[in-house]
Design a protein around this ligand. Structure first.
Ligand SMILES: Cc1ncc(COP(=O)(O)O)c(C=O)c1O
Length: 388
């Protein structure tokens, strides 16, 4: 049967074509095997000559993983995706596929902590230096360019203060100086932002978050051009070997089926809770670029189609009181990840004593979450009669 040429993302995640090999099984089978054998040695030799696309050994290709990779590539508008055992495995493989000893990298200050640590500490061993810049203005990135700048690493928005980079301008700068661009697109998911279409070379995701959606898996993905991804396959993918296992791929696939639905609901819930907090006393700022009064909201609208539900707020209530507040919450669990069904809270204190609270708004009813936050504020003596 002929397949439609271009499917909407909502259809793409739920539609698999009828497959005679599997008796029309609706959910794709888990190919739980390490290797694939061949009727003849000649067939094995032919497969080995086309290793990048053949099913030979699961550290290379596996049909269950390949289905997930195919959907993720299409969702991002890329030619090819490769899945990894964690977001960090995907990020480090993507970076290593670009840089060589003696290169210089520019990375945004607000990037995910372990990514920064990898760039700053680990890659230093190989004489690769990284400059960290704010990145809200492309001129800051341009000012850090050196003759040997090989990679510009972005994360937009960043995942604690939620600052954006102008993706089109960063991609244009990189192409002017002959550098490669990588972006961590975990926050937005392919539903709300497609950086490859804005000129970025490689997109990475921690699939552990929204793509899984159920806080029960760890995984990552790199998406880019066929040429770059084929090189990465022969190098970092096969040699470092941090591949996603078929069982996990099948569970990720189940999460992916509902990604569009979940993201729409997360967006509504997240904005509702963010708007509520914005009206509250003792809140200095709400860092959620989807809010109309966020300083980067115009940029947000020009490169994103929606906002997810992790954001932060800054408060002048002291950390000791905020700890009691967090402990008094009944619906927000205390934890550092996000993207599942359950709401979470995690806090840090800036050097000036301001407390920054990262909230992850899950799939609960937002009115319940707001009530929960208010009862917790009341319990620490910061009651207020805001309209919600
Ligand atoms: C924005 C971002 N990128 C990457 C990662 C790393 O992903 P993983 O934990 O799957 O290795 C995380 C994890 O928290 C993250 O928040």
């Amino acid at each position: 049967m002929q397949e439609p040429v271009r499917l909407n993302k909502e259809t793409l995640v739920v539609h698999d074509s009828h497959d005679e090999r599997h008796y029309g099984a609706v959910s794709f089978p888990v190919y739980q095997n390490s290797l694939f054998t061949f009727k003849t040695h000649e067939e094995l030799e032919t497969a080995l000559s086309l290793e990048v696309s053949s099913m030979i050994y699961t550290r290379g290709n596996n049909p269950t993983v390949a289905l997930l990779e195919d959907k993720l590539a299409k969702l991002e508008g890329g030619e090819k995706a490769r899945c990894f055992t964690s977001g960090m495995a995907a990020i480090t493989a993507a970076i290593l596929s670009v840089v060589r000893s003696g290169d210089h990298i520019i990375c945004v200050d607000g990037a995910y902590g372990p990514t920064k640590k990898f760039l700053e500490q680990y890659l230093n061993r190989f004489h690769i230096q990284t400059s960290f810049v704010d990145g809200r203005d492309v001129l800051q990135i341009e000012a850090a360019v050196q003759a040997n700048t090989r990679l510009i690493y972005l994360e937009s928005p960043t995942s604690f203060t939620f600052e954006l980079q102008d993706i089109r301008k960063c991609a244009a700068l990189a192409s002017r100086i002959g550098a490669t661009t990588i972006i961590d697109n975990t926050w937005a998911t392919p539903m709300f932002q497609n950086p490859l279409e804005l000129g970025i070379d490689l997109v990475v995701h921690s699939m552990t978050k929204y793509i899984s959606g159920h806080s029960d898996l760890i995984g990552g993905v790199v998406i880019g051009s066929q040429r770059h991804m084929d090189e990465l396959f022969a190098g970092e993918f096969q040699l470092l070997g941090g591949i996603l296992h078929p069982q996990s791929a099948a569970i990720f696939m189940r999460g992916l089926r509902t990604l569009p639905l979940r993201m729409n609901k997360h967006e509504q819930n997240g904005l509702r809770v963010a708007q509520h907090l914005r009206e509250r006393p003792n809140i200095i700022r709400v860092n959620q670029p989807g809010l109309e009064d966020h300083p980067q909201h115009e940029l947000f609208k020009s490169q994103m189609r929606g906002s997810s539900s992790v954001f932060s707020f800054e408060t002048d209530i002291p950390m000791s009181a905020m700890r009691r507040w967090a402990n008094a919450l009944l619906l927000f669990r205390k934890g550092i990840s996000w993207g599942g069904y359950e709401s979470l809270v995690y806090m840090r204190e800036w050097s000036d004593g301001t407390v920054i609270v990262r909230l992850y708004v899950g799939l609960e009813e937002p009115e319940d979450l707001m009530q929960d936050m208010e009862q917790a504020f009341e319990s620490i003596g910061y009651r207020c009669a805001v309209k919600s």
